[in-house]
Design a binder for this molecule. Sequence first.
Ligand SMILES: [Zn+2]
Length: 293
Amino acid sequence: MPELPEVETIRRQLAPLVEGHTLVNVEILDPRWSRPLAPSEMEDALEGRRVRRLGRRGKYLVWSLSGDVHLAQHLRMTGTVLYQADPEPAHVRVRIGLSRKRRLVIVDPRRFGTGELLLGGEALERFFEQRLGLEPLEDRFTVEHLLALARGRTAPIKAFVLDQRRIAGVGNIYADEALHRARIHPLAPAGKLSLEQWERLREALIWALQAGIEARGATIDDFRHVDGVWGSFQDRFQVHRRAGEPCSTCGTQVVKIRAAGRGTYVCESCQARPRAGRVKPRAARPSGRSAGR
Ligand SMILES: [Zn+2]
């Protein structure tokens, strides 16, 4: 699934090609894409509008159009946007014709991608407020905010990091890479991380996402650039999809476990498993041995 770096890669490539151009015609071939709007309703709402800005929030591409109309586009599992694709590839869901004969297609073999129409800046703001938490490459992504969000949470840190309502844009790849870099086990309870661990994790998340953007994303499924080229961050994975290979830091074999319902890759030497007493904080401890009073 495209995560923040993949969506940001598309945005950076696409923005100079579409900003200032008019959506001359929009053809939605798959009604699932525009639901709950019928394709014709969505087409009518978009056609004739100029693209003022192509932005991003979490894993959404945000098309801000003239007349304060916005389109929040999510690529989900296998969505891609291709520019001037010739010949037209299979699995086209949406065709967009722009001024000066520029053409875009939204390709999506598994058809989970969506476009959501939002009328007015306030509606756009509300839409994201309900769905997305901290934007990890912005100033508000501080250790203080993360600690406050995690307070009392017993869910594994991996689940916390993947929860878009807490941190926006991080998915399975960048969560695994960041946790490895921060030397934190994916099953460690989020509410039990120390201040120092949060500092490491915050830095590691920013590092992983920025490295992903620099490598122009990772291609493990269908992600491609707008010109069809693949990203290269997969060549730099330290643990993700590397089960059985030696950890680049310590040489221990990387293993695949299950965390937050996802296949998760970890070096259990660099990332020590949480002790039983930490997984179940209510378990009775031998008296007199509690650390620090
Ligand atoms: Zn290691």
